[in-house]
Design a protein around this ligand. Structure first.
Ligand code: G3P
Length: 231
């Protein structure tokens, strides 16, 4: 297993947001790094494939891809191969995000290919049942995200806490894989609740990538960890 992310962690998924693309991806990643260093909370950025190289040259916090394809060197026009992702500076990859779902067999191959080149795998699941099936495939991390709450501003930890606890119970029966949660997380209280329920971190996007002041927003999310640790 390839695993070197300090947990708990905040994974900021840049998606394809305008304020998280190209030079703005670089600037946002630098903000994430600054907050990570100042708060001591591990922040990981997941960026578009096209931005991996430029972002990974500018920050020392872990950079993830948002996706890889389960192929390698050869005649695979248009595919994102794990070798290129790794060589361009990524430490890991998100797989099977709700906005980019793949079949289970494709996911299995993608996890294996990612591990072959030393990429950490964060596999997403849309339900606790899916998380259990995905756990069988041996990713390094699992993130559960109810799709209907993504981008809603209503956090999974408040609106559907049972999704987190059910996922933890099901995954634990299969393997000892840390579970993160995401969808609608916007502030420290959402994070605190997620961690109290047993999540080892959060996957967040719009609260940071669309924020007027992303640094302020990220600092607030990071506070959700420190209050728990020092309570
Ligand atoms: O990957 C994280 C994401 O799907 C959650 O999005 O905007 O609800 O934080 P958001």
């Amino acid at each position: 297993m390839v695993m070197s992310i300090q947990l708990p962690a905040i994974f900021v998924n840049f998606k394809t947001y305008e304020k998280a693309t190209a030079d703005r991806a670089e600037a946002l990643a630098r903000i994430c790094q600054q907050v990570s260093h100042e708060t001591g909370v591990q922040v990981v950025v997941a960026v578009q494939d096209a931005d991996i190289y430029r972002v990974s040259r500018r920050v020392t916090i872990p950079v993830f891809a948002e996706h890889i394809d389960p192929v390698g060197y050869g005649s695979y026009t248009g595919q994102i191969i794990p070798e290129a992702v790794k060589l361009n500076g990524a430490q890991g990859t998100i797989l099977n995000h709700s906005e980019d779902r793949v079949r289970l067999d494709v996911l299995e191959t993608a996890i294996r290919r990612a591990h072959e080149v030393g990429l950490i795998t964060l596999a997403c699941a849309n339900t606790p049942e899916a998380a259990a099936s995905i756990a069988e495939l041996g990713p390094d991390l699992i993130a559960v995200e109810p799709p209907e709450l993504i981008g809603s501003g209503r956090s999974v930890s408040k609106a559907k806490p049972e999704v987190i606890t059910d996922t933890l119970a099901r995954v634990r029966k299969v393997a000892n894989i840390p579970v993160l949660c995401g969808a609608g997380i916007v502030d420290a209280d959402d994070v605190r609740r997620a961690i109290a329920l047993g999540a080892r971190g959060i996957l967040v996007a719009s609260a940071v990538t669309k924020a007027k002041d992303p640094e302020k927003s990220l600092r607030d999310l990071a506070r959700g960890f420190s209050r728990i640790e020092h309570a």
